[in-house]
Design a protein around this ligand. Sequence first.
Ligand code: MEV
Length: 331
Amino acid sequence: LRTGRGSAHAKVILFGEHAVVHGAPAVALPIDGLGVCATARLLDDVDDVEGSAAPAASDVERRPGESTIVTDVYSGPLDGAPELLESPRAVILACLEEFGLSGSGVEVTVTGEVPHARGLGSSAAVAGAIVRALADLAGAELSQELYLDLVGVGEKVAHGAPSGLDAHATAAAEPIIFEAGVARVLPHRTRAVIVVADSGVAGRTRRAVASVTSFLERHPLRGPALMAGLGALAQQGALDLAQGRPEQLGAKMAEAQGMLRELGVSSPELDRIVDAAVGAGAYGAKLTGGGQGGCVIALAADDEAARRVATAMRLAGAVATWQHRLEGSSS
Ligand code: MEV
């Protein structure tokens, strides 16, 4: 039985969320310790390899030629999938069409550790893993451009007008700076630890993006100034990352948090976790991703400092924390 496999990983945005939607640069880091895997198999060519596989997990309810999705929230025909799976469903349908698999009856299984709606790029990571698995199943060439287009189909369903940053970041192996639809790998010489803390409150990227647009309409001077300020922090932060200046990087994260708060995309829960991280000795901390919920990132000097910061963030309400070491690259 033919099977295809694909994976993608979480990301954090170090600088530039929201401003990137309005053309400013942004810096994102891959979090390869948090991944999503997808497998895809053809259900309707069982005759090729007799008796080789157990029935599909979702096979029971399936009509011939119908595709199915298997996840921890729902397993069954694609057409009956709940709203939560609207984005992966759209990606699967686009891939089936693109790779000439329409009507073949494909089962796509998605497993992963990236929490949903926490600003860590779960929708782009799920989409990326699915695109790779279906391209692998079809034996199709997958250019970067086609990959991004297909992930973009899901991102549009997930949050309206995505900048493309998440699609790039969840596929990148190195930190990137992203501007005007183009991502460049960032050389980085910073040794520090990023602590990611989940506030336990679902982020609402679509709503947060809309509230920034409304801020820009209501504040024709201050709005663009904040966009430019966040963009400048991304440019300068990229230099700090390249030159190995974690203290300066942390100070810029704190500045960015102040601007994001003014734009209305932070929340009391996020502010409390940010303050706790800084109080416990982090160089700086800020929300990451869409905000109004989701995750906070803090920059700590080393593993020991990161443990202290993580404990403080949990005491301030975080329901889970992850640590990600910045090692610096050779370039
Ligand atoms: C979401 O992870 C990042 C935002 O900037 C939206 C986008 O870039 O599409 C809030």
